[in-house]
Design a binder for this molecule. Structure first.
Ligand code: SAM
Length: 262
């Protein structure tokens, strides 16, 4: 049985706030909620519906394979930032014991919860499935203690996060520090970035409209520079064309750890 998160329940396109989320009420005293950066105005319901429609096509066209590579070899506790509808959940290797999946969009979060529940229910080998906690929070305020994460996963999300330097500082805070023989925790990335040349200039031109219909997504972000500015060593990252997505958007993929000098 496929665990795809299923359709949203009780939501119409005219309900941008989405349905009541009884399993995780938004607590106005929660710092992750009150300090949440808002970014440009955007229609979360429209984006959630659009992403739900586009995802199966993209998965079949190569995104599923890219997700498997994104999380291959990870172990322990992973923080997945902007988990969307949880399309990466099924790809975590058995060595990952816990996934804290952060998702601020209520509709996508509901789908992610359903997917996590379904994966847990249908698991034939429960020992090999991570415990997946889907949490209402944002990249800029991760609900995880200092040094508690073995890895932080960003998949198609840094392009949308309103405050990328704050998000990367949070990732640094929660990643395990290296000690003795223990290597430091790592970032894993699958992020579309600004292309060079004419395609990059075209991305600059379409950026305002793209952001409006794409949930705030910036098609022309130089994510590698932002990572370097946040103290991450980007030598392990590669930029590759990704055919299923608009060719103006090459993908930055791989692993990054805090630079020794940072
Ligand atoms: C293009 S979707 C990708 C979803 C998922 N990672 C995937 O690969 O299917 C971008 C995601 O980033 C989330 N997002 C936007 N702003 C965010 C923030 N400040 N913190 C965390 N996630 C955010 C959106 O809600 C959305 O789920």
């Amino acid at each position: 049985m496929a665990c795809d998160g299923g359709p949203e329940t009780g939501v119409t396109m005219t309900d941008p706030a989405g349905p009541a989320d009884s399993s995780s009420p938004t607590d106005p005293t929660d710092p992750a909620v009150t300090t949440r950066p808002t970014g440009p105005a955007r229609d979360d319901a429209l984006f959630a519906r659009g992403w739900a429609l586009a995802s199966p096509v993209l998965e079949r066209a190569g995104l599923a394979r890219a997700r498997r590579k994104l999380v291959a070899g990870l172990s322990g506790t992973v923080v997945e930032v902007g988990a969307g509808s949880g399309a990466t959940f099924e790809h975590y290797p058995p060595e990952v014991t816990r996934v804290v999946a952060v998702e601020p969009n209520r509709l996508l979060r509901e789908r992610a919860r359903r997917r996590a529940d379904c994966l847990a229910r249908t698991a034939t080998d429960t020992a090999g499935r991570p415990r997946i906690e889907v949490v209402d929070s944002v990249a800029e305020a991760l609900p995880v203690g200092d040094g508690d994460a073995d890895a932080v996963v960003f998949g198609l999300v840094l392009c949308t996060v309103p405050d990328v330097p704050a998000a990367l500082a949070e990732a640094r805070r929660v990643l395990r520090a290296g000690r003795g023989d223990l290597t430091a925790g790592e970032l894993r990335l699958l992020e579309h970035v600004r292309a060079d040349g004419a395609l990059g200039r075209a991305a600059d031109r379409i950026a305002p409209l793209w952001g409006h219909i794409g949930g705030g997504c910036r098609p022309n972000q130089d994510t590698a520079s932002l990572l370097a500015g946040a103290g991450f060593d980007t030598a392990g990252l590669r930029t590759r064309p990704f055919p299923p997505v608009v060719p103006a958007m090459p993908m930055l993929t791989g692993s990054a750890r805090v630079a020794h000098s940072a």
